[in-house]
Design a protein around this ligand. Sequence first.
Ligand SMILES: Cc1ncc(COP(=O)(O)O)c(C=O)c1O
Length: 366
Amino acid sequence: MDVPFLNLKTQYKQIENEVLPMLTEAMSNAAFIGGPQVTGLEKEFAEFCETKYCVAVNSGTDALRFALIAAGIGQGDEVITVPNTFIATTEAISQAGAKPVFVDILPDTYNINPGLIEAKINKKTRAILPVHLYGQPADMDAILKIAKMHNLIVIEDACQAHGALYKGKKAGSMGLAGCFSFYPGKNLGAFGEGGAVVTQDEKLAKQMSMLRDHGQEQKYYHAVEGYNGRLDAIQAGVLRIKLKRLKAWNDARRKNVAIYNELLSKINGITTPVEAKGMESVYHIYLILVDDRDGLQKHLAGKGIGTGLHYPVPLHLQKAYANMGFKEGDFPVSEKVAKRLLSLPMFAELTKEQIEYVCESIKEFF
Ligand SMILES: Cc1ncc(COP(=O)(O)O)c(C=O)c1O
């Protein structure tokens, strides 16, 4: 049996009947940039996230970058985030002109450890940028409390957490802005690049709308220098078709997680994901920890099972950040997790038989 890490082809089969007419219409009308598909997606995604505004953009990286810039963060500012994230999180901070400042993570949820944040706050600190990693929200009450006490902005990196819940609230709806990626493999993925920022703040939404479109207030009247960061109409059309099914797909992922957890709990030496109290993860990634991670990954590859590493090297130890002068041991929890983590196949259409086969193969390895 082959079990791919991700299978977007089966997902496409479910929506093909709606996608093809949408593509034909877009091409017949030559409606490629902006227009009703984009505004329609913005309305529907804002509703889904329970926010007033949504600004569709070209990627999750643009979402983060525009949110930071629109919030006034730039040169000389510091933004607190985690080292165990995709580099886009810190690229956005640096490209806004600010400096990323790392805080280690909690050993059970792999999200930012709120207890370590205050030690990193100084006069330059302007924002906290928690990442809802693997689909589970960070501890937002604790983060928002610290932010309020120190007059800091909170921008959520919800790029892996479409529809996740924190005490009943949607990921992305709790900070000043919530940033999403619609990269194809995400829980809500386009047929190319895409992203969005959601917010309750009208001024911020307007500013981000300008930034994504060369700083235009109206055509050829530029209030500021901006970017080419628009979402195209075809991607918006695809995303609207998928958004209607997102809740069901997230529920299917959660059902798959229950089967994995149950079967893997019978094997010693595996740490399965922990959902903290009040959280509902959407399991963008189903991640386990094992001591001989490389050995297990190789064994599973031999069995036709696809796996991933999210992420093998924490950002503070990446070559790109060598100039920051960090060394091994600076963020011990992130480092320990990075050495042991392994992402197993996870998508809505995964079958019980496939999960059983993966777990059987893991058991065999042990
Ligand atoms: C946590 C996180 N932040 C940011 C991004 C950037 O999103 P994009 O690839 O759409 O630019 C991603 C996507 O991979 C991500 O997983």
